[in-house]
Design a protein around this ligand. Structure first.
Ligand SMILES: Cc1cc2nc3c(=O)[nH]c(=O)nc-3n(C[C@H](O)[C@H](O)[C@H](O)COP(=O)(O)O)c2cc1C
Length: 253
């Protein structure tokens, strides 16, 4: 079984590819959290995988919440693995995940980082989006990395985890995410057509449309940026920084 979470489609595309390769079923962690569906039984020979994006060198809070509740039974020596998609580096997110999983008694054997196009558009001056040509190259490279990852998962390989420096750097960066996550800067500009797509696609129900305009609920938002990246008319902004900076979602969405 493959548990996945996605904001802009990178991790979904990777999870779908791996489900096809390994014949394993796909489970949406956001949906499972909404349904409070936490009990799973792995069939004979079935592995347990997780596919999701890295946030601030750590794991999305939604993935942490899901793991906290998860109860999965496997045969003895069940194979637990993860693919973490990123725009550049996963830092020490592999260790954070391993530690959370070992608290539950699930031995994580391998984390495979997968570089995909960047979707973090909140600091366009420091981190500009890739050009369409760059994006095409990154996606081609990701396809061949995914083939290797698929083979490694089928072979139940074990991988080395990152070292203590990455763990410390990640702890610092991730605290910024966990504590500094803000929704106040989100707003819909005059181009908003009130279509309600942002409300429908938000994986955590953090958007409520009031009088045709989105309003964000800070406590629920995990900062996946699906709303701002996937607005059909690019009307969602974050402060004044995102007006002309482009948007990203995986082409398969
Ligand atoms: C809040 C946030 C934080 C991010 N932090 C990192 C990061 O620390 N390192 C990195 O390489 N990419 C980072 N990214 C980029 C995403 O991890 C990457 O684009 C991922 O593939 C998006 O997956 P998705 O399309 O499944 O949502 C971040 C993106 C977001 C939205």
């Amino acid at each position: 079984m493959i548990f996945y979470f996605t904001g802009t489609g990178n991790s979904l595309a990777a999870a779908e590819y791996l489900a096809e390769e390994t014949g394993e079923r796909l489970i949406d962690m956001a949906q499972a959290l909404r349904d409070r569906d936490f009990q799973y039984q792995a069939g004979a020979g079935e592995s347990v995988g997780f596919v999701f994006p890295v946030y601030y060198w750590g794991i999305p809070t939604l993935v942490g919440s899901f793991l906290k509740h998860l109860q999965v039974n496997t045969e003895e020596n069940g194979y637990f693995w993860a693919v973490i998609t990123c725009g550049g580096s996963i830092g020490g997110a592999d260790q954070q995940l391993r530690s959370l999983m070992s608290q539950k008694g699930y031995p994580l054997k391998a984390v495979y980082p997968l570089v995909m196009p960047e979707n973090y558009i909140l600091m366009p001056k420091v981190m500009p989006l890739s050009t369409p040509e760059e994006e095409k190259k990154i996606l081609e490279q990701a396809e061949s990395t995914l083939e290797e990852i698929g083979a490694a998962i089928r072979g139940r390989e074990e991988r080395k985890f990152s070292g203590p420096k990455a763990r410390i750097a990640s702890k610092l960066a991730w605290t910024v995410y966990r504590k500094g996550r803000k929704t106040a800067p989100f707003w819909a500009d005059e181009g908003c057509i009130g279509c309600g797509r942002c409300e429908r696609i938000c994986p955590v129900g953090a958007i409520e449309c009031k009088e045709g305009k989105p309003v964000w609920v800070k406590e629920r938002c995990v900062l996946c940026l699906a709303c701002i990246n996937r607005c059909p008319v690019q009307a969602i902004q974050y402060g004044s920084r995102t007006k002309d900076c482009g948007r990203y979602h995986h082409p398969s969405l």
